[in-house]
Design a protein around this ligand. Sequence first.
Ligand code: PBG
Ligand code: ZN
Length: 325
Amino acid sequence: MTFDLPYRPRRMRRTETLRAMVRETQLNASQLVYPMFIEEGISENTPISSMPGIFRHPEKTMDKAVKEAYAAGIRSILLFGVSHHKDETGSDSLKDDGLLARMIRRAKDACPDMNVISDNCFCEYTSHGHCGVLTADGHVHNDHTLENLAQQAYICARAGADIVAPSAMMDGQIAAIRERLDAEGFEHTPIMAYASKFASGLYGPFRAAAGCDLKGDRKTYQMDPANAREALIEAELDEAEGADILMVKPGMFYLDILARIRQQSNMPLAAYQVSGEYSMMCYAFEKGALDEKRVVMESMTSLRRAGADILITYFAPKVARWLAE
Ligand code: PBG
Ligand code: ZN
């Protein structure tokens, strides 16, 4: 006579009904955030060559693009501006009538129920492409940039942003923004902190997409991909400064960071599957090397399993449609 072990997982793998019953990780369209590029001064949707299927949408017709995303099941978008008014400080983004504020208002007008998230940084609006104000010797000046970030976040909240998401990686940016928003009566506007944003080669396609011509690199303010403990400290600091959501970026190369922040913190956690992750998968699909739906869904599940509540991905409309099938 043989005895079964008390639990044999394979018994639960026999049918889809059984598998579904014990599935640990669920995916839902409400967890998706779709990043969108909005360009001023153009009249046609412009394909981004390094990101198959992704376009720069003209500011004038962005209503249509936002409504299409909503119809696909997307309920949160992250807006990136492609500016034709760049200068040393990125001053266009500090104005009520600048591109950043205008696109937030337009998105909210087009779809009042859409969560509109502003990416708060300066690299899309500065002529040098860095994420802040430069000093005479060419370094980003942390504290001057903080003042501008606080102003920019306030402009976004006033324009109707549901969440502000500072991505500049300046020290103290969450506290500076929280203080300013509270002082201006926006104490209910949440902050999604790009808590651990690594200096990654995977942002390459994005920089072309956002028309950001950076000379040099961001290694002095973004994180070293070799450091995991430092990411935990960054997340801890952002939480202490008043962040409402923590983010890890990129996503798939940094699942260990996601899992460890998930253990250390009870905050909502977001993963950003960035442009390079998107493009390399797309090119493999185009060549027939990988099955698109299967692999994209597996990547979403993996980010969720590692600990992400929120998934920021250029695949969002496709994923939402597949989930609705
Ligand atoms: C700008 C910003 C970047 C991304 C989001 N916000 C690029 C960078 O830091 O160089 C990258 C997103 C992507 O690659 O999809 N602060
Ligand atoms: Zn930036």
